[in-house]
Design a protein around this ligand. Structure first.
Ligand SMILES: [Zn+2]
Length: 436
């Protein structure tokens, strides 16, 4: 048995924020309370002042690339990057090779995750066979084999009719359909946000409306079917308005924002390095008005989740001309520091609200364990260091890929340790007085 003693516990799902001790026994939270007695056979772990004990963070949008693109990432390296970033669980997208549209692929991913034995991995299945947008995948089979949601991420569900069917079908299981909102004809062959920066640099643009039009379609269909739609990686202010409109009407819609969309804007396309392919992602970095809208949505409760859209790509794939580079950046190992630096230390939101965005809400949306430190629950715990001085460095990252625009950034706040099922799976070497 282990007793975490003296930490500030932030557990909004149970209404806790204060000095509590957490007793862990056989991988579960046995007790939580103030000044718990030290019984025999208990190892006491003193939590140094200033650190925060929270439910394990859950990233509901990552690309682990296995099977098929193991040169970018594997389930094992992705799970290692997750725990290094403070995430005890991740949900992985189906756009692998082959696509995760059947039980065989889902079971393969779960087997690799069990072998890695680090973060919990929740596969997300495809909406359509081969993500081709033609016919529904066998969603019942996917669910049975362990998928927690469906999506055709990388692209939107191709037609309104197929989306309607997916929402009707998943509703029977209480599963959400996660949507990559992008009206394909408006996106065209765009590579950046349609705005001043793209026109200055001669890059083809993608307007915010490419996202919001698809979000409006899907929110309308969620109303029609009473199914649940979750809008992935929202980037445009118009999309946030669409989500607010849907919530106001009672549609079952939730949404997520990535750290890069609430931190960066499209002026990064031109400076400090012009045409840096680590500023190329889909949806694209948008303008200051959009970035500010995302921050506003995080503050006022309209945004439900922060997810990374961790999208590893190999050095050789990214080191080509901007037009030819694949979309996406890594995110698992930078998210916590960006959240603390930009959301907490700026005074925008409380730590309790951050924990809702990073664990309570994703666990509810995906209907997976976690999100709270409840007695009897698995001891998935993240220990955060809100004042740790962090310099982001690709040299110390665990992910197999290094495609991040944040290399060299100095931020305040980071991860001290990550526990999955009561076992320490990550301990930050920069935290010297924590022995766990
Ligand atoms: Zn996507």
């Amino acid at each position: 048995m282990k007793l975490l003693k003296g930490g500030r516990v932030v557990d909004p799902a149970n209404g806790r924020d204060g000095a509590f001790d957490v007793l862990i026994d056989q991988g579960r939270i046995a007790r939580i309370g103030r000044d718990l007695p030290v019984e025999s056979g208990v190892t006491v772990i003193e939590i140094p002042a200033g650190l925060i004990v929270t439910p394990g963070l859950i990233d509901m949008h990552v690309h682990l690339r296995e099977p098929g693109q193991e040169h970018k990432e594997t389930v094992a390296t992705g799970a290692a990057a997750a725990v290094a970033g403070g995430f005890t669980a991740v949900a992985c997208m189906p756009n692998t090779t082959p696509v995760n549209d059947n039980a065989g692929v889902t079971e393969y991913i779960l087997k690799k995750a069990a072998e890695a034995n680090l973060a919990r991995v929740y596969p997300i299945g495809a909406v359509s066979r081969g993500q081709k947008g033609e016919e529904l995948a066998d969603i019942a089979d996917l669910r049975e084999s362990g998928c927690v949601a469906v999506t055709d991420d990388g692209r939107p569900v191709a037609t309104a009719l197929l989306m309607r069917r997916a929402l009707e079908y998943t509703q029977m299981f209480g599963m959400p359909v996660i949507e990559h909102c992008e009206e394909q004809t408006l996106k065209g062959d765009g590579v950046a946000h349609e705005g001043f920066a793209a026109s200055t640099l001669g890059l083809r643009g993608i307007p915010g409306e490419a996202e919001s039009i698809m979000a409006l379609r899907d929110i309308s269909l969620a109303e029609l079917t009473e199914g649940r739609v979750h809008i992935a990686h929202m980037s445009a202010r118009q999309t946030l308005d669409a989500v607010r409109y849907g919530k106001h009407r009672g549609a079952r819609v939730t949404c997520e924002v990535t750290p890069h969309h609430f931190v960066l804007t499209d002026d990064r396309l031109g400076a400090p390095v012009a045409y840096d392919t680590n500023t190329k992602m889909n949806p694209p970095l948008r303008e200051a008005k959009d970035r500010d809208a995302m921050l506003q949505g995080i503050a006022d409760g309209s945004v439900d989740v922060i997810a990374t859209d961790h999208a590893p790509h190999h050095y050789d794939e990214k080191h080509v001309e901007f037009d030819r580079a694949p979309f996406g950046i890594t995110g698992l190992e930078t998210a916590v520091s960006l959240c603390f630096d930009r959301l907490i230390h700026s005074g925008l939101i409380s730590i309790g609200r951050l924990i809702e965005l990073l664990t309570v809400n994703p666990s509810r949306i995906l209907n997976v364990p976690g999100g709270s430190l409840t007695e009897g629950a698995p001891a998935d715990i993240t220990i955060l260091a809100p004042d740790l001085a962090v310099t982001i460095s690709v040299k110390t990252m665990t992910s197999k890929s290094k495609n991040t625009p944040f290399d060299g950034w100095q931020l305040r706040g980071g991860v001290a340790a990550t526990l999955v099922g009561g076992r320490t799976v990550y301990l930050n070497p920069a935290i010297q007085d924590l022995r766990i």
